[in-house]
Design a protein around this ligand. Structure first.
Ligand code: OXD
Length: 327
């Protein structure tokens, strides 16, 4: 008998059932650990009642099951099915002497397509054309442009930023990028330091943010950064809302210091009904969904199962959270 017991805490969105843990996912986990006992729960209370003796917790990184983590004495490892660990990165969980890992390497494809869609929308004016269609107006969008030959400035060049860079290159764009340790990369025409973004911001037609939310990246993009951008630039955030000073963004859009924004993430989610962003014609809002794809959960469970193999054999886990950096 294996003495491993996995608690799965995950509440599927009823409108996106493919983002659920399916029987095939449980089977994949059991293939790695045939005798494992699995407790599945949609809320923390159920786990507190039935799963206190689990040694592994598989959950969504935006949840914050503090009471469960405080009481589950056998817990040795928490794995997040998301890339972000916003909910898990709280002192009561981070200070526990356990491993914490998250899901990396699977977000690039859908997120890069999402970003590309936003860039093409701004360039060809699809958002304006859609509004004209609603109003039954036949009017050519004469500002329609090309993204080929334009410059994309990508802030954060992990696997997501790299996939965005690859797609921008395929579209014939120039790519500027900022990351903590800039090193040669064939996808990048020029690197900038994250703490010296001036050149990247002033040369980019599209500024795209993909850095994780950490104390270091809080309000990384604020009034000065918006002032450094070209008035024709579009700003795209698929990272986290806290990385951008939203008031400064609203002011930059209202004062036409930038020409548009494609936003998947916000300081408060859901975006409050009274946010001025809702009513702005030059803003495209998506409700924190740039990573969603029918293939997400299959890929995320594969990442977990690879790590479960490592856990079983006592090898070092992949994608462990660096507690000093907070991601
Ligand atoms: C994630 C996300 O963190 O989709 O995985 O935001």
């Amino acid at each position: 008998m294996s003495n491993h017991k996995i608690a799965i805490l995950f509440k599927p969105d009823p409108k996106a059932m493919y983002l659920d843990i399916q029987a095939r996912h449980i089977e994949a986990i059991q293939q790695v650990m045939p005798d494992v006992e699995i407790i599945q729960a949609k809320d923390e209370e159920t786990l507190l009642a039935n799963g206190l003796d689990c040694d592994i917790l598989l959950t969504w990184g935006l949840y914050s099951p503090v009471n469960y983590c405080r009481s589950a004495d056998r817990l040795k490892w928490i794995h997040a099915l998301s890339a972000g660990i916003d909910g898990l990165a709280v002192p009561d969980i981070l200070h526990k002497d356990i491993a914490i890992s998250s899901t990396k390497g699977i977000h690039g494809q859908p997120m890069a397509e999402h970003v590309l869609g936003m860039m093409l929308t701004f360039s060809r004016g699809f958002h304006i054309l859609r509004q004209q269609q609603t109003d039954r107006q036949w009017r050519k969008y004469l500002a329609a442009d090309e993204i080929c030959g334009k410059t994309a400035g990508i802030i954060g060049l992990g696997s997501i930023g790299q996939e965005i860079a690859r797609k921008c290159k395929l579209m014939g764009m120039k790519v500027l990028a900022a990351r903590r340790n800039p090193e040669q990369d064939e996808l990048v025409d020029q690197f900038y330091a994250v703490n010296d973004l001036g050149g990247l911001l002033s040369h980019s037609d599209y500024v795209i943010v993909t850095v994780p939310a950490t104390p270091d990246t809080f309000h990384l993009i604020g009034e000065n950064e918006f002032r450094a951008m070209k008035p024709a630039a579009c700003f795209i955030n698929v990272a986290r809302g806290t990385v951008v000073d939203e008031q400064a963004l609203v002011a930059a859009l209202q004062d036409k210091r930038i020409s548009g924004a494609g936003l998947d993430v916000f300081e408060t989610e859901p975006l409050p009904a009274d946010s001025p962003l809702w009513g702005m014609p030059n803003v495209i809002i998506s409700p924190h969904m740039s990573a969603i794809s029918p293939y997400y959960m299959d890929r995320a469970i594969t990442v977990f199962c690879n790590n479960l193999e490592r856990f079983k054999s006592g090898s070092e886990l992949c994608y462990q959270v660096d507690r000093t950096r907070g991601y």
